[in-house]
Ligand binder design. Sequence first.
Ligand SMILES: [Zn+2]
Length: 252
Amino acid sequence: MEYEVIDAHCHLDFSKFNKDRHETIERARNSGVVAMINSGIDYRTNADSLELSRKYDFIHATLGLSPQMVPDANDEKIKQILSQMERNIERAVGIGEAGLDFYYCTKDAGRERQKEVFRQVIEIADRYNKTLVIHGRDGEEMAHEMSRDLDRVIFHCYGGSLETMQSILDAGHYISVPTLVCFSQHHKRIAQKLPLENMLIETDSPFLSPRKGRNEPAFVLDSVPVIASLKEMEEKEIAMATMKNTRRAFHL
Ligand SMILES: [Zn+2]
């Protein structure tokens, strides 16, 4: 491999990898993926992400509270996760994924509750000066408004409008392009318009595979030639810039 990359967002702890987790990680490393950011979404996956980061020094953990689990979680459960974040803040390279998901949640009360919980997560990222990883499906604009004043923010798997993207860029924040860019026209447009200095790349493994079946960190390399041709740049340039951006964004 003539260049190296970082997968800025994956879930290697998920059960889809139970049979071949180590092999999957090895495959990524042998393909040129030098580091992976593993994001938790709730109490258990946060603990598992931390565990992975202890086992592999090139896997870094972020501690999250996914908006998708907010409607079912009582206050006690939310509080447990928030205090888990604080307890393990030293070991984490960021907070998230967290944010808003208005795609799954169409009711006002549920959306308000997501905002209330997200506000508390932002508070922690701010207090400990940690990078915030946002999941903002169909709520990108609101999620951006709420997090605008933070220093380091990454919109993971960004699929919002180009207008909101511009506002995110104006705030100096990052956009992470998923392997969806290999087949989604909207994500191709996003990648094309997105300045290289604000771009990260990710798989969101095991989801959103650019091939058949399960996604895995090695496949982040599939998006490099696609993005390179969209931007009329060298593959190596894309790889180097996104790697540098990820290191800067997470203070790796
Ligand atoms: Zn994710």
